[in-house]
Design a protein around this ligand. Sequence first.
Ligand code: PLP
Length: 455
Amino acid sequence: MHKDPNPAAAPSPVASGQGAGAFDMDAFWMPFTASRQFKSAPRLLAKAKDMHYWTPEGRQVLDAVAGLWCVNAGHSRPKIVRAIAEQAEEMDFAPPFNMAHPKSFELATKLVALAPEGLDKVFYTNSGSEAVDTALKMAIAYHRARGEGQRTRLIGRERGYHGVNFGGISVGGIAGNRKSFGTMVGGVDHLRHTHDLKKNAFSRGLPEHGAELADDLERIVALHDASTIAAVIVEPVAGSTGVLIPPKGYLERLRAICDKHGILLIFDEVITGFGRLGTPFAADYFKVTPDLMTVAKGITNGCVPMGAVFARRAIHDVFMQGPEHAVEFPHGYTYSAHPLACAASLGTLETYADEGLLTRGAKMAAPFEHAVHSLAELPHVIDTRNIGLVGAIELDSIPGAPGKRAFDIFRACFERGVLIRTTGDIIALSPPLIVEESHIDQAISTIADVLKTAA
Ligand SMILES: Cc1ncc(COP(=O)(O)O)c(C=O)c1O
């Protein structure tokens, strides 16, 4: 039986816009969205090129957040568009289990050449969340394969964001993303977060204070014993929680404690990967190499879903045992190494290389830093912070309405032609790496104007 296309329930919200026509907005259950607010006043995007979006009415919007931290080379870049189109024409899909297509190997070779020294193997997923859960499973299975099957415990960090799958929210540390979902994965503990405005407010680059917070891992080791711990996962710079930059020396110390206790260190570089800090990866910026590294977003410039886990050769090699006809790592996705994603990623890497984008952030970091900190004295601002091409403006909250002030500012900026991102009462900026100073000026002056009149 067919559904009634016009059910008698409440009338569906309808949006319309020049070029978009009128359409029904009822059916789409939107991700991470204040849906009722959105559907009463939709913000739609219909076209994108380089640093800009356009609404269906043709209004230009500056993209100050690279879409969602992913469009690092800017929008609709020709080499990437062409690579996807040609691949779709040539071969749409190839099964990835016990079969493969040449571009998946070509891409893997290029990716490991770009990755920090020692990360020689790459496993494909379709998103950052899947990359995280893959890395967590890899860590536990690795210890088991080498005879330490009791090492199953996973350690995350408060305020960490590792996507939305069960593994990711379990090691993640954002209460709002966890509280509705029961007990999640067992055997998880959390390091303290590193955000300390009393000591570090208005830091430029890495905060001075807090390296000793890495010693929290020693506390957790003392509690559970190192022999039960498989891995620690952190974002080198925590992005989605509102841009928390690691104190000087913190990541080095975490690496040393992991080494001391035989615990794998996983860097979640879904945001920091592919040039965001002015180096190809945050591991390069901090000169700290993890054992496993998750990426997504910038791997395809956001054009086709893809994620990946980089692994040390020695981790991979432990799996290569048992009968040769048997699967060594029983994990993977129908769309792992999808031909369109591989083509998009090859086009993306070529674009990054042609334009020097993976290190361009280092050049733009100084004017960006200057611009972000120019907001420090404006109403409601309690912190400004930056690293590479990531910046944050933290606001005090309206009493009893956390998040509302920043959300209103987000909407007002969009009305004035600038797309920003907010988490709680923190504004985050992460422009495409092709950003020019004029774009930075426009974004910052728009935020300043809105802040001056904000409630
Ligand atoms: C650090 C980190 N890990 C994982 C994810 C999840 O990625 P996805 O949304 O592609 O599943 C994100 C997304 O923002 C992220 O920032």
